[in-house]
Each structure stands twice: as structure tokens, then as C-alpha cells.
Write a protein that binds this ligand. Structure first.
Ligand code: ZN
Ligand code: ZN
Length: 500
């Protein structure tokens, strides 16, 4: 193996290996808890290095232990890892693992297969129709290596190194990422967990199989995406150091703030290849240190902006279910604040677009309140509850049922020959006075028919019509037909008087 500090080993490559002496190293872990009680005296482990190679948006991890090398993924075809590996690989690569067939994991392995002898190749058994996958499989088949399909419970052995396969289970199921090969690698009492692109579904599967131990170093799943690194998984793995592998300014927004926050919450120091470049963990099996290619501090807890108060209306009810125009209805609903800050909003009740009532509500995050409005409606119709103008978002429809329209009328006879007669009409709907009803009368006497209309009824439901009978002759009965119309309904009655 080639020591990092040795100049003669430095490859002629644009991606030089990290120079640990040039940056601030992380102090070695002081405690190295062992998941199992110490057994017979271990053979003194020699120095092991795990390289988290900066391949931009992708994964590539090299385990280098003396003359034994294990490569887990190779990033995309470009930039590739061949130049980087040349500095560290002595003889063949004992084991190559392709966690899953995505190009950001297998692309760079094609050139690795062309440039190095590989003894054993471990695949997850998934296939793809991509050109990169076809090229990779051609290279795998041309290599003449032993090819294995990994499943939970398998062990990958390379020299004295043993890697336990925690995922996938066979036959495969789930998404491409969730079929990733996940590896637990223990060097002395230092445990590494390499997760590929496994997401929450694979994490849940591993948790239910109780195969996730407390580890020292976690390669964060799926480039730090929020689709991986569930809280239960992180609580089980409880890494001291978490390393995510992502390209600077990648289009996925990896790593996500939630992931960084969750990793810090379980006590991890978090580093990423997007900021630190290649990261190398060196361990003697009892403690470890972390070297970074570029000067970088552990990720600070992200400032997750508080979510503004957001009021949500639910469980609307309207009583009575059948709204009889002119009567009171009671409308009630829950308002909840689903944001993370306290807020005050105006809640408005409208009927058929017209505002009936408003209330101002202040709610703390997570709080909810039942709000009740009682309103009198003229017509029934569509009731809308609005929160600060979120129009149409919340609608309760009362069934508009019109009661029976009725008109009653009486007439006051003054006199013939220019006297003014007056008709009084009262219009009601379901017994309630109706405002705005049109009233018309038709007056018949002898052979004459005349019609008159009145102003619409007032809030008391009343209106009146005055007219005079010109040059009449006495001895006749005057008949009057009264018709009231209101919202498409009409009602009529007749009245009259005798002209002496
Ligand atoms: Zn990936
Ligand atoms: Zn993937």
C-alpha cells in the first residue's frame, strides 16, 4: 500500500489525494465503544484507511488495508476514480461492490475494470436499460472475476477484511435505490456503515431485521437526501461521524437541511465531499481520525426557517342542513394553525359571496379552535368560510329551500270621481316578511282592465299602490288581482270593493 505522505506515490492526477497534514485533522475519537465484549486478544490491527472519494454527485469509497483494497462504487464515468485509485491499489482490487445500477455509482467502475484486475465483484442483482449499465455489465463479464449477487446475511471477504451485507433481501423488491447493497464494515472496534442510496424503506427493513448497530462512521444514505436518514435509523446507527457524498451545487439540493439537522441531533459530526473534497478516515481499529482534502469545519446545524402560521379550516358543518331562506343558520368549523409560528387571521363567513360576519383568531402552532357563526340568511345558498382571503378554499353548502310565498292584500276605497284608492299588500315567505318582492295589481271594473305596479316591499314585507278610478259610474264591483313575485316564485290573491 502507498502511504499518503509519500510523494513517490502521488498520482499524476487532477484529483490529488488529500494531504492530511495540510488541514485541521479531527481529533481521534477518545472513546471507542465496542458493540460486543472483547474476546481473545486481537491481533494488532494495522492502519486502515477508508477514502470517501470526491467524485462530485456520486459515491465512491475505497477501503485500503495493506495490500487489500475494496472499492464500493465508482461515481459517474466522469471524473472517474481510476487516477485516484492508482495511488493506493497494490496488485488487484480484491473486491468491487456496485451498490445499485445508477450511473452515479457504476459509471466510474467501467474504467476501473479496464485498468485494474478485480478478483471479486458484488452486484445487487438489479438490472437497468441504461447504456451505462450495459457497458458496466460488459466490463464485468469481460473481467473474469467471481461475480456474486449480494443479499442480507452474506459476507464479503477480502484479505482479512469482512463486510457484512445488511441490504438488500432477495428476491429484490422496491425502488432502485432501496435495493442498494448496504455494508457494515468493522475494523477492530471501529464500525463503518456504507448505505449506498438506500432510502427510508430499506432503512425500515434493516431496522425490523435488527441488523443496524451503533457505528462510528456513517456514509449517509442517498447523498444526504431527505428520502433517506430516517430518525429511527439514525438513532440506531448513532454515528460519531457522518459523511455524505454530493456534488457542489447539485441540482437535487443534496444534502437536505433536514438530513444535516437530524444527523447533528443524534450527535454526529457531519462532513460532505461537496465542501471538504475527498475525506479519508484513518483507523488503527481502536480509534480513528478524519482527514479532509480541503479546509472545512463540521456542518453547522442548518437554520430551518420557522414556517409562517398557516390556518387550515376543516370539519365544516351547517345546521340546519336545509336552510330555509329568511331563517338563521349555524355554521361551525375547526381552524388549526399548521405552521410553526403564532398567527392572527381574520375568518370571514360569506353567503353567496356576500360577507355575513367576521372573526379574528389568534392561534399558536398546533392549536386549533372550533368557530361557530350564526347568521340569518335571506335566500340560502352557498356559504363560504375564508381565512384572510383564501377564497373558495373552504365551502359549506346549505341546501337552499324556499318556503311558501304568500301575499295578502286589502284595499281602502276612497270615492269615485277622482278619489284615490289604495291597496295595501304584505308579502311573506314561510311566514317571514319579504323585502324586495315586486307587487302588481290588475283592476277590473265594467269592461275596463288596468294594471299598476308597486315599489318593492320593504323590510316589513309591505307595500302599497294608489290609483284613482276616473269618471266611474257607480253600482259596480271593482275586482283586483294582486300578484307578488320574489326570487322566481309568485303568489297571488284577489280583493276588491263595491263602488256605490
Ligand atoms: Zn446515487
Ligand atoms: Zn441511486
Amino acid at each position: 500500500m502507498c502511504l499518503l505522505v509519500s510523494f513517490s506515490c502521488a498520482p499524476p492526477t487532477p484529483t490529488p489525494p488529500p494531504a492530511p497534514e495540510a488541514v485541521t485533522p479531527v481529533p481521534p475519537a477518545t472513546t471507542t465503544p465496542s458493540p460486543s465484549p472483547p474476546t481473545s486478544p486481537e491481533p494488532t490491527p494495522s492502519e486502515l484507511k477508508v477514502h470517501f472519494i470526491d467524485v462530485g454527485q456520486g459515491d465512491s469509497i475505497l477501503i485500503d488495508f495493506g495490500e487489500t483494497e475494496v472499492l464500493v462504487d465508482g461515481g459517474n464515468k466522469s471524473p472517474g476514480v481510476t487516477a485516484y485509485l492508482k495511488a493506493y491499489v497494490d496488485g488487484p482490487i480484491e473486491a468491487m461492490v456496485a451498490t445499485h445500477p445508477h450511473a452515479d455509482h457504476i459509471g466510474g467502475l467501467i474504467a476501473v475494470l479496464a485498468n485494474f484486475k478485480v478478483d471479486g465483484i458484488w452486484l445487487n442483482g438489479d438490472t437497468s436499460t441504461s447504456q451505462t449499465y450495459n457497458e458496466f455489465m460488459s466490463a464485468v463479464n469481460a473481467e473474469g472475476a467471481e461475480v456474486h449477487v449480494a443479499k442480507r446475511g452474506d459476507q464479503i471477504k477480502a484479505g482479512s477484511l469482512i463486510l457484512d451485507v445488511l441490504n438488500p433481501i432477495q428476491p429484490l423488491s422496491g425502488s432502485t435505490n432501496n435495493k442498494s447493497i448496504v455494508l457494515l464494515f468493522s475494523h477492530g472496534s471501529i464500525d463503518f456503515l456504507f448505505t449506498g442510496d438506500a432510502e427510508k424503506e430499506a432503512e425500515a427493513s434493516m431496522l425490523s431485521a435488527h441488523v443496524v448497530p451503533d457505528v462510528e462512521i456513517l456514509k449517509v444514505g442517498h447523498h444526504g437526501s431527505r428520502t433517506a436518514s430516517s430518525k429511527p435509523f439514525l438513532q440506531a446507527a448513532k454515528p460519531d461521524r457522518a459523511i455524505y457524498m454530493a456534488g457542489k451545487g447539485n441540482s437535487y439540493g443534496h444534502p437536505h437541511d433536514e438530513t444535516i439537522a437530524a444527523l447533528i441531533e443524534v450527535g454526529a459530526e457531519v462532513y460532505g465531499t461537496d465542501i471538504c473534497g475527498t475525506i479519508v478516515v484513518t483507523s488503527d481499529g481502536k480509534s480513528f481520525s478524519v482527514q479532509r482534502e480541503k479546509q472545512c469545519a463540521p456542518r453547522a446545524p442548518p437554520v430551518i426557517a420557522p414556517e409562517p402560521a398557516k390556518f387550515v379550516v376543516s370539519d365544516l358543518s351547517i345546521s340546519p342542513g336545509e336552510v330555509i331562506a329568511g331563517e338563521s343558520v349555524t355554521i361551525s368549523f375547526d381552524v388549526a394553525n399548521s405552521g410553526s409560528t403564532t398567527g392572527t387571521h381574520t375568518v370571514t363567513l360569506k353567503v353567496n359571496g356576500g360577507e355575513l360576519a367576521t372573526k379574528s383568531l389568534t392561534l399558536d402552532p398546533g392549536q386549533s379552535q372550533r368557530v361557530t357563526f350564526t347568521a340569518k340568511t335571506e335566500s340560502g345558498g352557498t356559504y363560504t368560510v375564508e381565512v384572510d382571503g383564501l377564497k373558495g378554499a373552504f365551502t359549506a353548502t346549505g341546501k337552499a329551500v324556499s318556503g311558501a310565498l304568500a301575499v295578502s292584500a286589502s284595499v281602502k276605497f276612497a270615492s269615485l270621481g277622482g278619489g284615490t284608492q289604495t291597496l295595501y299588500a304584505t308579502v311573506t315567505l314561510n311566514g317571514h316578511p319579504v323585502q324586495g318582492a315586486d307587487v302588481g295589481i290588475t283592476v277590473y271594473y265594467k269592461t275596463v282592465t288596468r294594471t299598476f305596479t308597486a315599489s318593492p316591499t320593504g323590510s316589513d314585507g309591505k307595500t302599497q299602490i294608489s290609483w284613482s278610478v276616473g269618471r266611474p259610474r257607480g253600482g259596480y264591483t271593482v275586482k283586483i288581482k294582486v300578484v307578488a313575485t320574489y326570487q322566481g316564485q309568485s303568489a297571488s290573491t284577489t280583493t276588491g270593493f263595491y263602488a256605490p
